[in-house]
Design a protein around this ligand. Structure first.
Ligand code: SF4
Ligand code: SF4
Length: 445
């Protein structure tokens, strides 16, 4: 069945439209520099903004930025400028040394609990934009013990410190080891290349070991070509590289056959830079949990790659590592998209409450095949216990029986119809819920 057919199964209903007032105000919160971009952009669009950050001075939002942002002077300057602009903007109310302590409600009517210097405050607001910084951790594959033999060991977020030291005491051979955690994060490729080029300038031999080198950032293809011309060697490895003493050993993925592996040994490497895994901060996990926003690995982006900065929760947008660890130029674009998305909900002063299309499962028909669970782009389907597994029975026929079936979370379903079109048991229909019904549902759950 096609998507269109699925949509055609919606019963005819007369939409009940209602104009409601929405105050154009937003809380922007978090410790990631992209909060500055969101606060500035929303303020420029006429939204009244309260910026909540944990530092004593607003400048610290930028000062605490990670080494990877420092890899790019242009980005660094842009955020420093943004910081000055936001600090000078008298229409943005800034709450320093403050963190979000609780959130509840819905679009147009959120209640945000804030803890500031030991005092609790509650703000009412129409929309929320957050951007938290993740915590970088070393992949387990590289224990601190295993890399002791290097005279210089740097985690990727600390590259700047190491690179500055190079000016007086350049390492002869430096290896970057990327993608150890297997996650596709292009910030790691971009910063390795830019810092690699910097180190090359001091005469170091630079190796970059990765699973997949990513160049989809402005100007990166040109920089990649220049780096190769300058002698930076980039290898794609098959399995995690092994570290033995000051040697790094790996199988080059360009070997034609796995049966005839091409082993590469880098000897006498005296500095190593390892990509860290970025894990969500506690604040971020709590925030997403309070609002029941689906996440994958603690990030919102992988579930919603086609809606940059948007969450399935109306009136809540995200950037920074709350969206996904990104290269700072990409992060800036995500922040602007998030602000524009929020404007759509709260910027006009009024909003027409419409009907919302959501999927609904008939558990008596569900065969628990997990198709819908796997394909839902908004992570809105769960398998719940209703009765006997994989048995087609009419609802209520076997009283007291408990079988498993899919259930749609209406609060996050976007009504795209994918699940309905793919369900082999034709167990899913798209139905209309007025927004107010969704809100009622949310209040009950
Ligand atoms: S695709 Fe259909 S049959 Fe399969 S789990 Fe979902 S609702 Fe049940
Ligand atoms: S209609 Fe809802 S539950 Fe079904 S795939 Fe789309 S978002 Fe997921």
């Amino acid at each position: 069945m096609s998507n269109q057919q699925a949509v055609l199964r919606i019963p005819e209903v007369a939409p009940e439209l209602k104009e409601v007032e929405v105050v154009p105000e937003a809380v922007v919160a978090g410790d990631h520099p992209t909060v500055l971009a969101m606060a500035d952009s929303l303020s420029t669009m006429g939204i009244s903004v309260t910026l909540i950050h944990p530092y004593k001075e607003i400048e610290e939002i930028v000062a605490h930025m990670r080494g990877l942002m420092e890899a790019d002077e242009e980005v660094s300057k842009k955020y420093a400028f943004l910081c000055e602009k936001v600090a000078a903007n008298k229409s943005i109310k800034v709450m320093s040394e403050a963190t979000v302590d609780d959130v509840s409600g819905w679009w147009g009517n959120f209640s945000v609990g804030i803890l500031q210097k030991g005092t609790s405050v509650t703000l009412k607001t129409s929309g929320i934009a957050v951007a938290y910084k993740g915590n970088p951790v070393l992949p387990e594959a590289f224990s601190a013990e295993g890399i002791k033999s290097f005279s210089d060991f740097l985690a990727q977020f600390d590259m700047r410190k190491g690179a500055l030291k190079e000016a007086t005491n350049p390492a002869k051979r430096v290896a970057f080891v990327l993608d150890v955690d297997g996650r596709d994060e292009k910030w790691a490729s971009v910063t390795a290349l830019r810092f690699g080029a910097y180190l090359k300038g001091f005469g170091s031999q630079v190796y970059i070991l990765c699973r997949d080198f990513k160049v989809s950032v402005d100007d990166m293809e040109r920089e990649y070509r220049l780096a190769r011309e300058a002698g930076i060697l980039i290898f794609k490895y098959r399995d995690y590289p092994r570290i033995e003493g000051k040697r790094i050993i790996f199988q080059d993925a360009s070997a034609v056959s796995e049966k005839a592996p091409l082993d590469v040994v880098l000897d006498d490497v005296d500095a190593i830079v390892i990509q860290e895994k970025v894990v969500p901060s506690k604040g971020q996990e709590e925030f997403l949990g309070w609002l029941k926003i689906p996440q994958e690995g603690g990030f919102v982006g992988p579930n919603n790659p086609q809606f940059i900065g948007r969450t399935p929760k109306k009136g809540v947008v995200v950037a920074g590592d709350t969206w996904y660890p990104e290269y700072p130029t990409d992060g800036y674009v995500t922040a602007l998209s998030a602000a524009a998305e929020l404007y759509k909900w709260i910027g006009r002063g009024t909003y027409q409450v419409d009907i919302q299309r959501v999927a609904e499962v008939d558990p008596s028909k569900c065969a628990t095949c997990l198709t819908c669970y796997r394909i839902c782009p908004h992570d809105s389907i769960r398998i719940e216990r209703y009765g006997e597994r994989n048995v087609y029975i009419t609802k209520g026929e076997k009283e007291g029986a408990t079988w498993e079936a899919a259930r749609v979370k209406v609060e996050t379903c976007n009504g795209c119809g994918l699940c309905a079109s793919e369900c082999p048991a034709k167990a899913i229909q798209l139905v209309y819920y007025p927004d107010l019904e969704v809100l009622e549902f949310l209040e009950k759950t």
